[in-house]
Design a protein around this ligand. Sequence first.
Ligand SMILES: Cc1cc2nc3c(=O)[nH]c(=O)nc-3n(C[C@H](O)[C@H](O)[C@H](O)COP(=O)(O)O)c2cc1C
Length: 309
Amino acid sequence: MTVRSAVDLSVDLGFLRLKNPVLAASGTFGYGPEFEPFLDPGRLGGFVVKGLHFDPRPGNPPPRLAETPSGLINAVGLQGVGVASFCEKTLPRLRGYKTAVIVNVCGADTEEYVRVVEYLDGHEGIAAYELNISCPNVKAGGACPAQSPAATRKVVAAVKKRSRRPVITKLSPNVTDVAAVAAAAEEAGTDAVSLVNTFLAMAVDVETRRPKVANVYGGLSGPAIRPIALRMVHQTASRVRIPVIGLGGIATASDALEFLIAGARAVQVGTAGLVDPRAALDIIDGLEEYCRRHSLQRLSEICGTIDVR
Ligand SMILES: Cc1cc2nc3c(=O)[nH]c(=O)nc-3n(C[C@H](O)[C@H](O)[C@H](O)COP(=O)(O)O)c2cc1C
């Protein structure tokens, strides 16, 4: 009988230890229970719930999705149930999951980010917050904090001052120098950064000559964005000391390994989970198989080992 030695897939983010480095990404995993018919959430390293503003939000009018070659444009527009409903109706169920629950926090201005976090701080069962700084800021003429190091610093510092939980700042790829924004978030005290959010994009129906999503522009995700996201993760991991969580088009274990080797400490799986709800589990199995094939006892040994000579 051959005895298979255990492979350690766990990763340590400093503020949070994950049983494996694969998280489901915000907005593609609902609030969690929606995916129960397909998988045991306890097998995931963790998951990030859909973005929450303080109050419920209807999101954008339809059509809100358009498929592109190797990608998806979405203009869902941060539809959400609001913090009170989430804490009352959903969070009690999530406490039974044996995995890290991360809440994606949205705000129309700095004060709203703080209000959302303060409300959530009063409830148990949340491992960390992920600050979605790609929300349009009403007081800044619709610009999102992720577009400037100064605005990022302001939001992150305000939230860190009040939050009792670790904060992961989620960066937008719609900037020239994403590493500079990551550095600003680090200076302001964020515990980690995650990147990337979606790329601003557009598709046109040539028969009607109308945009394919009613909002005109949407966010592009899926395999089409992966090489650009990977480049941004590598640049960021080379610049900051805090953990970097990489995402953008990850659909296979090999994709996840690219991000880990390039410097990510963990990864998130988004659009791939909409194509196959079990994608994240297949990725976890594939990571274990890779470790066995390369005689690695701990997957974390490969993080940041890229050789760019
Ligand atoms: C339908 C949809 C909804 C999303 N909603 C959110 C959200 O509420 N908050 C957020 O930070 N990112 C949201 N995202 C962005 C994803 O979390 C992720 O950053 C992006 O899709 C890139 O990863 P992927 O290519 O693996 O999907 C959403 C993406 C999609 C496709």
